[in-house]
Design a protein around this ligand. Structure first.
Ligand code: UGA
Length: 340
């Protein structure tokens, strides 16, 4: 197969590329603005890379959509701080740019694996979110955090409408708080605008306080990236068309924990690391208000647990990596890279 990945240098993109090149005879065609996560793939003869912007390289995009068997449009701004600071930028990139790619996939009747998101379920109070049943609940317009959820939801709906009318073939996959090596850059975390796990790791390294937004009672289910990639590989293989026109949660419901518990576990793992067990001081854990941390456009999501019945049934997939192991592997990989 020929797999086309936009955002191939991103967190999911580069892990998926490594797996495809390492375990199959497929080729990967990829575009990204950067290459820093791709070092191990760049020399592989089955990896074809263009360093560039999806808003500019239109001919390359159309040519490769026509040529490839499966397309993954993974380019997106995916950090909540950006949703409230730059909602129009989120719309332009996450919605408009990806819509252009979907239109080309329709034109050439291609197979799309689209990264929907756990955020589409929004503030639903269902104990477990089910792909084909749960209501998608978002807050008022002034709460600009929801623009990301809305952009992804509308694309889900556009893709679904085309797919069920036979214009393209799709699988919408919904990652639930995937974590792992190279999740976000430590530089963005140093500016304070990263996802929580990278944010806490950067604070631990800088000896700055870990901030629990509104007390840190809100919960997430952290999913180790290798487990997520196992599921994506099964979706790409698509045995007996099992994923055709399906929406599939990819998350680990057994790894649920509050942000406060997350801070305590990461701090403990950090303090156990041989390079840090004799540090003279460690970060404190403090409470901050959502308004002061994110600004007035923010609204939080208190619980977010996936039902993975569908993934288990369609893919025969169950995540294997527990919470502490997922966080340890993630933290240690960041520490190793930070040393270099
Ligand atoms: C994330 C992002 O929207 C996307 O990356 C993605 O689509 C989706 O969820 C996902 O990965 O499933 P969220 O989980 O809210 O959303 O993002 P984080 O920035 O990781 O925050 C998690 C929780 O930690 C939030 O409740 C936030 O308020 C809290 N937080 C964050 C803190 O308490 N302290 C911090 O320093 C940072």
């Amino acid at each position: 197969m020929k797999i086309l990945i936009f955002g191939v240098n991103g967190f999911i993109g580069h892990h998926l590329t490594n797996r495809i090149l390492g375990t199959t005879d497929w080729s990967v065609y990829g575009m990204d603005l950067g290459v820093d996560r791709l070092s191990t793939s760049l020399d592989n003869p089955r990896f074809h890379f263009l360093e560039g912007d999806i808003s500019i390289n239109k001919e390359w995009i159309e040519y490769h959509i026509k040529k490839c068997d499966a397309i993954l449009p993974l380019v997106a701004i995916a950090t909540p701080k950006s949703y409230v600071e730059n909602p129009v930028g989120v719309f332009n990139l996450d919605f408009e740019m990806n819509l252009n790619i979907i239109k080309q996939c329709v034109k050439y009747h291609k197979r799309v694996l689209f990264p929907s998101t756990s955020e589409v379920y929004g503030a639903s109070t269902d104990p477990e979110f089910k792909e084909d049943e749960t209501f998608l609940v978002v807050g008022p317009i002034q709460k600009e955090r929801w623009i990301y959820s809305c952009c992804k939801q509308l694309l889900d709906r556009v893709i679904y409408a085309h797919g069920t009318r036979g214009d393209l073939e799709f699988t919408l996959f919904r990652p639930f708080n995937w974590v792992g090596p190279r999740l976000d850059s430590l530089d963005t975390a140093k500016e304070g605008s990263s996802r929580v796990v990278t944010q806490f790791i950067a604070e631990l390294l800088m000896k700055h306080p870990l901030s629990l937004v509104d007390g840190g009672g809100q919960k997430r289910c952290f999913t180790y990236v290798d487990d997520g990639i196992d599921a994506l590989m099964k979706i790409l293989e698509n045995k007996d068309d099992c994923c055709k026109n399906q929406i599939i949660n990819i998350g680990n419901p057994h790894n649920e924990c509050s942000v406060k518990e997350l801070a305590c576990i990461l701090k403990k793992i950090f303090m156990e690391h041989p390079d840090h067990k004799s540090d003279p001081v460690y970060s404190e854990i403090v409470e901050v208000s959502a308004g002061s941390f994110y600004g007035k456009g923010y609204q939080d999501i208190y619980t977010r647990k996936p039902s993975i019945e569908k993934a288990q049934k369609l893919l025969g997939w169950t995540p294997a990596t527990g919470l502490e192991e997922s966080l340890r592997k993630t933290l240690y990989a960041f520490l190793e890279e930070n040393e270099r």
